[in-house]
Design a protein around this ligand. Structure first.
Ligand code: AMP
Length: 112
């Protein structure tokens, strides 16, 4: 069964892509926690970060390098935060690895 983000990547659930290439895609979060809240996910449905394997190193590196490009595209000149929720206790709700990119307001530390 396809994950939510696979369905979005395949166009089965409509979404406006903030960014997309052959390896990953970014969409706006449906329930934004900041003025800019983008989700960047690999097209390959890695379940969560702890399920990533050595063969994913290039993909994960690619995604990390996409983050500042997406942040720049979104106008996040004053900074941004990158979050990965891994597992129930961390608040993971969609079992398809994704990077939250948050910005557009002051973000507190530590997070809740
Ligand atoms: P996480 O809780 O870390 O697994 O993040 C999942 C995120 O997906 C949450 O911030 C949700 O608001 C977001 N989300 C759920 N459904 C959709 C959707 N259809 N389109 C965009 N974002 C979604």
């Amino acid at each position: 069964m396809k994950t939510l983000f696979q369905k979005i990547a395949d166009g089965e659930i409509p979404a406006k892509f903030v960014y997309k290439d052959d390896f990953c895609a970014a969409i706006n979060d449906i329930n934004p926690q900041a003025p800019t809240h983008v989700l960047l996910f690999p097209i390959e449905p890695i379940e969560r970060l702890e399920k990533a394997e050595g063969r994913h190193a290039e993909l994960l590196g690619h995604m990390m390098l996409c983050v500042p490009k997406i942040a720049e595209k979104c106008g996040l000149k004053d900074g941004f935060r990158v979050v990965i929720n891994n597992g129930v206790q961390a608040g993971e709700t969609v079992p398809h690895l994704h990077i939250h990119i948050l910005g557009g307001r002051s973000l507190h530390w530590p997070p809740g």
